[in-house]
Design a protein around this ligand. Sequence first.
Ligand code: NAP
Length: 335
Amino acid sequence: MEIVLTGRGGPEMLRTDDTDAPGPGKGQVRVRVLASGVSFAEVQMLGHRYPMQPKYPFVPGYDLVGEVTAVGQDVSGVAVGDRVAALMVTGAWRTHVLVPANRLVPVPDGLDSGVAAAATMNGVTAWQMVHETARVRQGQTVLVHGASGGVGTLLVQLAVAAGARVLGTASKGKHDAVRALGAEPIDYREDVAAAVRALAPKGVDAVFDHLGGDSLAQSYALLADGGILVNYGSASTLKDDNHWAVPYVRTMGRFAGWWLGRLAGRARGRRASFYYVKPNASFNRALPEVYRLVSAGTLTPAIETRLPLEDAAEGLRMLLAGGVTGKIVLEASAH
Ligand SMILES: NC(=O)c1ccc[n+]([C@@H]2O[C@H](COP(=O)([O-])OP(=O)(O)OC[C@H]3O[C@@H](n4cnc5c(N)ncnc54)[C@H](OP(=O)(O)O)[C@@H]3O)[C@@H](O)[C@H]2O)c1
């Protein structure tokens, strides 16, 4: 079975098709999918607003956790029965998926497949931004936008564990949840800049911004000397009716302006960076570390709900309606 996104529109554009389990080619393995995430990327793909998405129709599904059921030629180090994870970008919303063997990361015994799926794309995204892009350190102050979201809750936990003071924007109803993670909540419907300046008068050392658009100028302005803005999404431009590339071209224009300011010595050491999770060797190195932190109880991915794969459209409906806290995980049905 696979879930096909047939065209631009709402969740009703998803169709369920029956398929056979394919045989793996050279360098591939076949994975029976146990759990896969629903992400904001699929919401953007519904509206044809995700950068360089495939042509409709295609099978969405950014990441998966599953069990190896067949191994192709020239594959070593992985065997039938192994539990593995992979970042696919698209194609994971299937009962059986062919995956290039070099994309597989082992899932530790004892780690629940749904929890592992909630920690796969979101966990590496948060881990790489905190430890490789911003290099958050003890004593720093950072601002996490959307601190109650799937990526946001992980960013908060990792930055707190690194010894940083964390300010987190969230809707008012989620402030207790943000506080419980160790962050100081700020209501994003109020004056965020004023609230941040009241709490951190010298500015913050890093801002993690998934909103993009006009939020970027405000985030950059909140940086302390030597601080870094990490932009990793364009959630605020979802409903724009221009071409999907327009917000990204505008972002590149802003970044170019800040970069020129640095060259001219006017940036006070401040930087702006765009982060984009990619299936590569660096992802394969980061994911085991994320799983280690989750297994140790240092990192807890929030799960909003678990749905059977065939209810993927319901998952997208929930994300479109808002108010979700954490990951929506699609799981293989028992039958
Ligand atoms: N670049 C990458 O590699 C990468 C990887 C993964 C995800 N992402 C991006 O990361 C973003 C978050 O993904 P997710 O799965 O964590 O989504 P999510 O769970 O839906 O979280 C999004 C959060 O944004 C909050 N929010 C909404 N409006 C806001 C505003 N005006 N100011 C501040 N926060 C606001 C929501 O808070 P309330 O619920 O309180 O309203 C929600 O907690 C998406 O844009 C996604 O595309 C990027």
